[in-house]
Ligand binder design. Sequence first.
Ligand SMILES: Cc1cc2nc3c(=O)[nH]c(=O)nc-3n(C[C@H](O)[C@H](O)[C@H](O)COP(=O)(O)OP(=O)(O)OC[C@H]3O[C@@H](n4cnc5c(N)ncnc54)[C@H](O)[C@@H]3O)c2cc1C
Ligand code: SF4
Length: 323
Amino acid sequence: MRAFNHINAATLDGASDALKRGGAVALAGGGDLLGALKDDIFPTYPKTVVNLKSIPELEYITAEGDTLKIGALTTLADIARSSVVTENADILALAAGRASSPSLRETTTIGGNLCQLPRCWYFRKLNNRFDCARKGGDRCFAVTGDNRYHSVFGGAVFETAPGVKRTCVAVNQGDLAPVLTVLGAKLKTTERVIDAGDFFGVGVLTATVLNCGEILTEIQIPINGARKSRYKRFAFRKSIDFPVINLAISVDGENNYRICLGGVAPVPYIAAQAETLLAGRAITEELAEKAGLAAAEGAKPYEANSYKVQLIKTLVKRELLAF
Ligand SMILES: Cc1cc2nc3c(=O)[nH]c(=O)nc-3n(C[C@H](O)[C@H](O)[C@H](O)COP(=O)(O)OP(=O)(O)OC[C@H]3O[C@@H](n4cnc5c(N)ncnc54)[C@H](O)[C@@H]3O)c2cc1C
Ligand code: SF4
């Protein structure tokens, strides 16, 4: 690891100001960021690390009226074992309790989990060996390289410089992103409130639509007693392994379904065709099978990741039948 300045932020305003000065990066639990700094994967090493954990009152879980509120610095372990979360958003507790490992969950946070950078192995290669598009470089190495864990729904096109467009086919693999999307969560920042479905984005060294210096402060989940939901992840190892694919489904009292998949596209993928097919209908074996097919509709996998298409079909069908 190289030397950097370390600031213990006392307030959100102070942290935002420090981040806007440039060359600075926010630190929450450090599970993602410290690995990236140790492995020296960034094209320019950050000059300053701004510790958000020193800001008071960003770690809490409360149910207020019809909203479950979670501070962005709340750890995954606290969310997983919270009875308030289990009562009001059980799949969030489930997903938080499955992410990474028991020890990492004690220190890593819900905010950091939502903002974490992609796990693409070119992006993560030691010493910035692949200066790829997602780091501001000219090309995506995964398109012609080893893309077995990459997107089956195409790449995200974004600007690496004004007027310069590049593509990235890395996926969003976090456990919590699809869950918060189907629960209709809103994400409060130092500047605005963003629907979870609009929060994720692809840009140079970012996986969100947050502006420079903008900090995620609170996750707000509508409480809905009539809602039922399910969460399933498929990973090769049982522990300390990102999901290859994960799936969250919620359904309200009128059989309106929300279906979101992680690990299949650059941002959490809302299976809109499957949602439309299912709207207002009771699940049968035949309908669940059709919904699985609809969820995979439009997939254009590479040879190495075509297995993900079958995973989508099977997971969607199985989880619908499990309600
Ligand atoms: C070995 C390993 C296995 C893992 N497995 C999984 C897994 O299976 N599933 C899964 O979902 N995750 C997994 N993770 C990720 C982990 O669970 C954390 O989500 C991750 O470490 C990020 O959370 P953090 O609090 O540590 O954030 P940090 O590492 O401190 O920050 C991550 C990024 O988010 C930014 N950031 C943090 N907080 C904020 C905020 N409030 N506002 C704006 N930006 C912010 C930081 O600047 C940084 O860019 C794994 C991590 C490791 C190291
Ligand atoms: S998929 Fe994205 S992160 Fe991976 S090499 Fe391509 S541009 Fe970089």
